[in-house]
Design a protein. Structure first.
Length: 223
């Protein structure tokens, strides 16, 4: 679907440029965008390789295992419907650890593996389970201690103080994570709670059935 959206946007741009006589501007913008994309990618590679290496060192040193142990109670609270010891929990904790360190590219494969494991527990393969929705919400709004990718982009564009966003990013992602958890808890409880209209409708049907049965009994007694 996203590919079709991008294709539609590019087609509209070319058609509009042709009608306004600005095809050259579109061509220049396309080449400039491609150039900027390559430049930014090379700038990100160095920073991401560094932090991925640090993450590997932390993994070999047992730091990630300790972080996963600290996250374990929170994961059990957020994913109560996932059986204890299931492989999905390990992938979820690794995904959360990478997101906390700002390594979104490293978190994505772990998130995909976690979704695949959660899908195995899904009785309805066409509908996402509450655990899958919770993982998606947390992966999107994850609290970030070190926004590695953003710092790398700011460095690449010549920011004088690329790391000054650490505090504001921490506050913003903490608020986003809290909002995601609250929304997740709300919709989980709402899904488990039967609607009031159902109770009222059932009571009305029961009362009507009782009234009809009483009228039938009275007619039989009179006859």
């Amino acid at each position: 679907m996203v590919n079709w959206i991008w294709l539609l946007l590019m087609t509209i741009s070319v058609v509009f440029a042709a009608f306004t006589g600005r095809l050259e501007a579109v061509t220049e913008a396309a080449f400039e965008g491609a150039k900027s994309g390559v430049t930014v990618s090379f700038g990100l590679i160095s920073v991401l390789v560094f932090w991925m290496g640090m993450m590997r060192i932390g993994e070999d040193a047992g730091l990630l295992r300790k972080l996963a142990t600290l996250l374990s109670p929170a994961v059990r609270f957020l994913f109560p419907d996932v059986p204890k010891g299931h492989p999905a929990l390990g992938y979820i904790m690794t995904n959360m650890s990478a997101n906390i360190l700002g390594l979104g590219n490293a978190a994505t494969p772990m998130g995909i593996k976690a979704m695949q494991e959660l899908q195995k527990l899904n009785p309805d393969k066409e509908t996402a389970t509450p655990a899958m929705c919770t993982l998606l919400a947390l992966n999107t709004s994850s609290i970030t201690l070190v926004p590695t990718t953003l710092i790398a982009i700011r460095m690449n564009y010549g920011s004088a103080h690329p790391a000054e966003i650490v505090g504001t990013t921490l506050i913003a992602t903490a608020i986003a994570t809290a909002a995601a958890i609250l929304a997740d808890r709300y919709f989980r409880r709402r899904a488990l709670r039967p609607p009031h209209t159902t109770h009222r409708g059932s009571r009305r049907m029961a009362s009507r059935a009782a009234g009809g049965a009483g009228e039938t009994h009275d007619r039989e007694a009179a006859s």
